[in-house]
Structures are given as C-alpha cells and as structure tokens.
Design a protein around this ligand. Structure first.
Ligand SMILES: *[C@@H]1O[C@H](CO)[C@@H](O)[C@H](O)[C@H]1NC(C)=O
Ligand SMILES: *[C@@H]1O[C@H](CO)[C@@H](O)[C@H](O)[C@H]1NC(C)=O
Ligand SMILES: *[C@@H]1O[C@H](CO)[C@@H](O)[C@H](O)[C@H]1NC(C)=O
Ligand SMILES: *[C@@H]1O[C@H](CO)[C@@H](O)[C@H](O)[C@H]1NC(C)=O
Ligand SMILES: *[C@@H]1O[C@H](CO)[C@@H](O)[C@H](O)[C@H]1NC(C)=O
Ligand SMILES: *[C@@H]1O[C@H](CO)[C@@H](O)[C@H](O)[C@H]1NC(C)=O
Length: 755
C-alpha cells in the first residue's frame, strides 16, 4: 500500500564503523534488554495458527461511534458471526480507531482490503532500550521555575513504577490538575498519590511471566528509573552504595506522573503500546515518554510508537523516544518519525574503573561498577581450563564463560578469567568469587555485575593470560570501583543508535542527545541491580546506562519548556530543544550528526529559543503525501477529506524541520532547495542575520533572504536554503545560525552520499 522501502543503501564507508553486534550490546549494557533478549525469538503470540494483528484505522470517527460494534462487524465480514467476538482482543477508541484481533494469514489478507483499514501488522515485541546528569547539561537545582510546572502531566510508557520510592513523595502537591481524566484503581497493594496521579497496566494476550506483577508496580526497575529521571522529586544523599552520591532529581520535580505499564519481563508488545497511547492521549497527559523500540525499522503507519506519537501530536502532545541501543552502525536508529523527538545518548563527566591486582603485584585498570570489596587474594583460573565436561562443554566454550559452561567444582572460590565480555552470570551461577572479562570495544561505560568483576582491555587480557600460564598458583584480587571524572564528556557512546533515518533519508535523525551513561536514579528494591537473579543487593537508587536513560532527560526538558509556554505545539518545543542544543565535537564523534543530531540538550536556553520552526498536523500530512503515502489512507488517519491535493503535496525538504539533511547518489552534482519558515517567540522587534558556520567543503550554501526582520511576537517569516556543489567527503556537515545578537538559532545541515 505504501511506497516506503526500507533501505539497504549504505553510506560510502565514511569512517571506521565498528562491527555491528546488536545482540551483544543489548546484553551488555542495557539492563532490561538482557532479560528481553532471552525471549526475543517468540515474536507474536500464536493461537491455533492465528496470530495477533493490529488493525490500524486512523482517526476516531466524529460523533457517536461504537468501537467494539464496528470492529466486531468487520470481523464478522471475514469469518461469520460465531468467531468474530472471540477473535477481537482489544479495541482502540479513545484517541484513535483500530483494534487487535487474532487472525490467520489469509484472514489478515482479507481484512487488508477492507474499507477504513490503514494498515495491518503483527503484534510484535519491542525492546526496552541518572544527579549529576542535570548539572552536567547546565541545569542546576535552583533554576527558575513556574507554578504551572505542577500542572504538567508526563505519561511514562514503561515497566511501571515503584510508588513508595522517595523520588515520588507528594508532600506539598495539590490535587491532580483539573484536566486529568485518567484513573488509578482496582489494584492490590498499589496506590497513587498527588505525584503519581494515574496508573494502568496493559497485557492484551494475558500471558504474564512468573515474576510479573499484575499491577502498575515495577518489578524490573527500568520504569522507576526513567520516571524519576524525567520528573522525580529532590532526594538528597542518593547513591548506589556510595557511588554517584548526590541529590537525585528529575527535570521537573513538581510535575505529575501518569504510569502506563506496557513492558514486562519478556518485553513490550505493540498492541499494548498502542493501548497505552490511546489512553494517555485521552487522559490528558502533556508529554509522553517511551524508552523502547523495535529492532527492525518499519513504515510509519506500521510502527505502533510512530502511530501513537502521530495521534499524540494531533492532540498537541510531544512524544519523546529513545534512539535505540544498536549502535554504532549507521542506520541503526529505531525511533525516527518526524513528529516525535528521537533522543541519542551522551556521556556525563562520571566514569568508573576497577583495579585488578595479580599475585605478581602487577595492577591493571579495568571498567565496571563494582560495589563489592574483595580484600584478599583469591586463586585465579582461566575459564578455558574449567569446562563443565559433564554438561558437554569443552574449553573452547568455557573460555568465553558461556552460561553453564563452567565447572562449579573448579571455579568455586576462585576468580575466573574469561575471553570476551559477558554479563558475569555464568561465573556467578557456577559459584565463582569474581570474574575478569576481556572487552574488545572502547570503554565508554561500566555496568554492574552480580559478583566482583572488572572488564579489561585486550592488551591487559594478554598479560593476565601470560601470568596465569607462567605460575603454578596464580592469584588475583578485584578492588571496589573508583569514581572519576570523564573529562572527554560529552560524547556519544558506541551503543547509542545512529542515523541516517532508514525510511526518509532526507530527514535528519537522531534529533539530539541527552545524558544516558552512568545515570543515577530511583530503582525497584525487588530488582537486582545487575539484573541477574540471585544478586541480592538491594538498592533504592541504581546507576544504569542506555538511550532509555537519555530519553527521559529530554522528556523532562520538554516538560520544563512547556511549563513556560503551555500553548506551544510539540514541533515548537522540539525546535526549541534542537536549535539551542550545545554543539558536540565532530572529532570525538566521527559519525557526526548521525550520532548526535543537533547536539546535547540545554534546557535553560531552550526556554528562550528566539525563533522556532513550527509545524502542525497538516505539515506532517503534506510531508506524508509527498512520501507517497496514499491519499485514502491519509484521509483515514487524519479524519480530514481534503488531504493530498497537488497544492499540499510537500517534499521532505519543505517539511518545516529544525535541521537539514540531503542524501545523494550523484556526488558530482548536488542541488537541494529547502523552504522553511520561522516564528518569532523572542522580542517583538528583532532582526536576525543568517550565518553558515564552518566551511562546508565542496559545497555552496545560500540563504535567501539572509536577513529576517520581525515586528511582532508570533510573526512568521520564510526563507529558502539552497545547497549546491559536489561531495568531496562522504559526510559534509555544517550549520545555519540565525543570530540577532541575543539568540543564536542553530540548525545542523548534513549532506551525505549513498551508494
Ligand atoms: C506490598 O508492597 C510492598 C512494597 O512496598 C511490599 O513490601 C509488600 O510485600 C507488598 N505486599 C503484598 C501483599 O504484596
Ligand atoms: C570445540 O572443539 C570441538 C572439538 O575440537 C569442536 O567440535 C567444536 O565445534 C568446538 N566448539 C566451538 C564453539 O568452537
Ligand atoms: C597457556 O598456554 C597454552 C599453551 O600455549 C594455551 O593453549 C593457553 O590458552 C594459555 N592460557 C591462557 C590463559 O592464555
Ligand atoms: C570534570 O572536569 C571538567 C574539566 O576538567 C570540569 O569542568 C568538571 O567540573 C569536572 N567534573 C567534576 C564532577 O568534577
Ligand atoms: C505527490 O507527490 C508524489 C511523489 O512526489 C507523487 O507520486 C504524487 O502523484 C503526487 N500527488 C499529487 C496529488 O500531486
Ligand atoms: C519555496 O519557496 C519559494 C520562495 O518563497 C516559492 O516560490 C516556492 O514555491 C516554494 N516551494 C515549495 C515547493 O513550496
């Protein structure tokens, strides 16, 4: 139905992209993803040959409309009355139209052609992808705040929340804002307060895992962490067993939280993601935050997050999403719709190292967050010398310390040395005292392990192996970690997913970065800090890493802007965040804008951007018309019959986006013309001059007119940016700055070759 190919194009080998191994990245850094991955293969839930499909039908029809009757009726047309209601799993009806049904492939094909159906796609699993971080982006505790902040409601679509955490106390809060239409009742042992004003959970297939709590309560920690990062209150002396000690706080401590639990121990399902959007929009949230995404990119109207975010935008709600943890390859970004904010991760000035001492007195510096103290020396054994032969394992597997491959009798009470990095789980389960792992990738971040552990470099690994081989009773000890200043920060760590946009090449993604490495925030005290079952360390606050942690920083910043400008559109808020972002270093980030977008968030500056690139539903729909999305489908999506006439057929270059991207097959001759308009939100009388920053090698960039004069607030002025020339590098990036002496409104410009 749509003409939106998922590209197989690659950028012509610009910089040394490291080998992609998303699965490993997930396992290593990213928290919940390690849990999720174990179940990743079971895609959609199946029932006697029937799979759950999401049937998306666009906007909610005007007037009286009985969703379940309409949906049952459609199903009856496919397979008679008897099975129709049994096959209907869920109806979306509060904010948009659609349903979830159990269908065979054939039935699905039949439905595809029915009137009103925009798209049908399987109910697939998504992956889930902290207070020094706010200070690091220049957003101190004492910033100016408005009283409106306590009227802001943030919808968190995540693993639920731990409501008793100190971060969610409601002293000083009044009753929920009047606009709030959500609920919080019917749960055992879970109550809301005036901070957490609503909570619900979603699991349409009813297949709860053994450890899943049928309640909005968070048994995993992830949702508690993200919610407290976006909107947690101030909690002094918070730390993970002394690490990261400081005041934990969210971006908008006075804002309210509405919890939509969509992710469980086995992942998050598209049908539940959409059900949560359907409710959150109708409940009256102001900003939606979702730190999850699918691992394969799909068409905008076959991706539940893009669909949900579209209807959120239609209702004036910005959706903030995580870019994904599948970097550092190009085109690894998983949330990239133009109407949502796509957030990559950046580092903060905090890192951890963990010293390893050997029997020969040599000391090596590895990376991990190790809260354990090992005071004595312990025997050191090579994993390859301790195979679990009874379990059918040989040294060639146990050297990597794979699950079950280690012989408990040989490793008990010892430190196991492993080739390759891992989660430490195998050594822990086999009863080892500690573990050393070799890490081939750069040490951008450290994570927690269930036992004393340190990740060391390949070179140090070789030296340790040599030591093990050259002595009859090798010994080692692992120190508690030391917290130090990462003076290189901020940069984008390897795991953060990169652009370009897989569907719309000429729309720059990610949009920006926020802190996502070594973030301290609230945690569920029933979730192990290393995520490994059996690790009994309990913590109210945990330090974790991922774009999942970056997203709620941007959410908090967006809510902060909204508290000053309650009427701004989602696009205006996004524009303010992007055009005021702190530029990042191209030297430290060879994939430039495809790693960091417009740069690192600066919430204080974003409140006064001077100018904004605004866009509304019509602009996004015109963009979709130009992308070849059918007029019929778009009328269904918008509920508007006038869309996709010749006059409203927009090219991607003319979508009023706060950044500029141009992909080209022909490197010899490049021409691109971008139409934009900016809205004055600064001083009424003001004159801005356009400047192109940095020499765009081989390219000529002209801005017409290059002076814009405003006489009132809210006034719009248009300009055209023209790029011409030839490519002398694979990626050429520069930026356009509109400057009136007070505000510098900066937009990245990226031109890149594809083959
Ligand atoms: C209720 O939740 C608290 C956490 O605050 C927990 O300690 C307690 O065991 C729970 N009670 C029941 C009956 O689940
Ligand atoms: C380990 O060695 C055995 C025997 O040499 C071989 O059959 C097996 O494939 C090897 N396994 C791996 C993971 O290399
Ligand atoms: C020790 O040396 C042997 C033989 O050279 C080799 O097979 C083994 O892998 C070495 N051990 C370590 C830990 O490198
Ligand atoms: C880390 O070092 C940088 C630059 O040297 C400094 O600006 C920053 O304040 C330091 N951070 C901490 C937490 O000490
Ligand atoms: C809109 O543009 C697309 C692609 O540029 C084209 O295929 C389509 O025919 C145009 N539609 C109208 C109504 O002009
Ligand atoms: C772009 O702007 C120019 C100058 O304002 C205008 O003539 C042109 O029609 C616009 N192009 C499109 C496609 O909107």
């Amino acid at each position: 139905m749509y003409k939106c190919p998922i590209t197989t194009k690659r950028i012509a080998s610009p910089t040394t992209a490291r080998p992609k191994n998303p699965r490993l990245w997930f396992l290593l850094l990213s928290l919940i993803c390690s849990l999720l991955n174990t179940h990743r293969t079971a895609a959609a839930s199946e029932d006697d040959g029937r799979k759950e499909y999401i049937v998306y039908m666009g906007a909610k029809p005007a007037g009286d409309f009985s969703a379940s009757a309409t949906h049952t009726n459609m199903l009856q047309q496919v397979f008679g009355s008897s099975r129709a209601s049994a096959s209907l799993v869920h109806s979306y009806k509060r904010s948009f139209n659609g349903f979830v049904a159990k269908l065979t492939e054939e039935e699905m094909q039949q439905m595809k052609g029915m009137d009103g159906v925009v798209s049908i796609f399987p109910n697939e699993k998504k992956q889930l992808h902290t207070s020094r971080s706010w200070d690091f982006v220049g957003f101190p505790q004492q910033v100016k705040r408005t009283s409106f902040e306590s009227d802001i409601i943030i919808g968190m679509l995540d693993t639920g929340i731990w409501p008793e955490s100190d971060s969610f106390r409601d002293e000083g809060f009044g009753p929920p804002p009047r606009k709030w239409k959500g609920t919080c009742h019917g749960f055992s042992n879970f109550t809301c307060n005036n901070k957490i004003i609503g909570a619900k959970y979603y699991r349409s297939d009813g297949k709860f895992g053994r450890e899943d709590l049928r309640s909005p309560r968070d048994s995993l920690g992830h949702g508690t962490h993200t919610a407290s990062t976006a909107a947690g209150g101030l909690v002094s002396m918070a730390s993970l067993m002394g690490f990261g000690l400081g005041t934990a706080r969210g971006g908008v401590p006075s804002a309210r939280i509405a919890v939509y639990k969509i992710c469980w121990s086995d992942g998050c399902h598209g049908a539940d993601v959409l059900a949560a959007f359907d409710d959150a929009i109708a409940d009256g949230v102001d900003i939606i935050s979702i730190s999850a995404g699918s691992s394969t990119p799909s068409n905008y109207f076959e991706d539940p997050i893009a669909i949900g975010a579209f209807h959120a935008m239609k209702n004036g709600i910005l959706t903030s999403t995580s870019a994904g943890n599948e970097g550092p390859s190009f085109i690894s970004i998983t949330n990239f719709s133009p109407w949502s904010l796509s957030v990559a991760a950046s580092t903060i000035d905090r890192k951890f190292f963990t010293k390893v001492k050997l029997g020969d007195s040599k000391v090596y510096k590895g990376f991990s967050i190790n809260t354990f103290e090992l005071n004595d020396m312990y025997p050191l054994i090579y994993g390859g010398d301790a195979p679990n032969t009874r379990g059918g394992f040989r040294g060639n597997t146990s050297r990597f310390c794979k699950i079950n491959s280690l012989n408990p009798n040989l490793v008990k009470g010892k430190i196991v040395f492993c080739d390759g990095k891992g989660s430490g789980k195998a050594a822990f389960l086999a009863g080892a005292t500690g573990t050393l792992m070799v890490d081939k990738l750069p040490k951008g971040f450290s994570s927690s392990f269930p036992l004393p552990a340190s990740r060391i470099s390949v070179g140090d690994g070789r030296r340790i192996a040599h030591y093990i081989n050259s002595t009859s009773d090798p010994t080692a000890s692992i120190s508690k970690s030391t917290e130090v200043n990462d003076t290189l920060a901020p940069y984008v760590p390897p795991f953060s997913s990169r652009g370009p946009n897989p569907i719309t090449h000429d729309l720059l993604k990610p949009d920006l970065t926020s802190p996502g490495v070594h973030i301290l925030a609230a945690w569920s005290p029933i979730s192990p800090i290393s995520y490994v079952k059996g690790d009994n360390r309990v913590a109210q606050y945990n330090i974790v890493t991922g774009t999942s942690m970056a997203c709620p920083h941007a959410t908090g910043a967006a809510a902060y802007i909204k508290s000053f400008h309650p009427t701004w559109s989602p696009a205006a808020i996004k524009s303010a965040l992007m055009t005021t972002a702190t530029p990042m270093s191209a030297k430290k980030n060879p994939q430039v804008e495809f790693a960091y977008g417009a740069g690192n968030i600066d919430p204080i500056k974003a409140v006064h951007p001077g100018l904004v690139y605004d866009a509304n539903e019509i602009d996004f729909v015109n963009f979709l018309c130009g992308q070849g999305y059918g007029a019929k489908a778009l009328r269904q999506v918008t509920g508007d019959h006038s869309v996709c006439s010749k006059a409203t057929n927009g090219t991607v270059w003319n979508l009023n986006y706060p950044s500029f991207a141009l992909s080209t097959f022909n490197k010899e001759s490049i021409v691109g013309t971008f139409n934009r308009s900016v809205t004055n939100v600064g001083l009424a009388v003001s004159t801005y001059k356009a400047t192109i920053i940095g020499a765009p090698k081989g390219l000529k960039i002209k801005v017409k007119p290059n002076i814009l004069s405003f006489t009132s607030i809210g006034q719009k002025q248009s300009f055209v940016l023209k790029v011409e020339g030839r490519m002398v590098e694979d990626i050429v990036s520069t930026s356009l700055v509109w400057d009136n002496g007070v505000h510098q409104v900066r937009s990245p410009i990226v031109v890149y070759g594809v083959e």
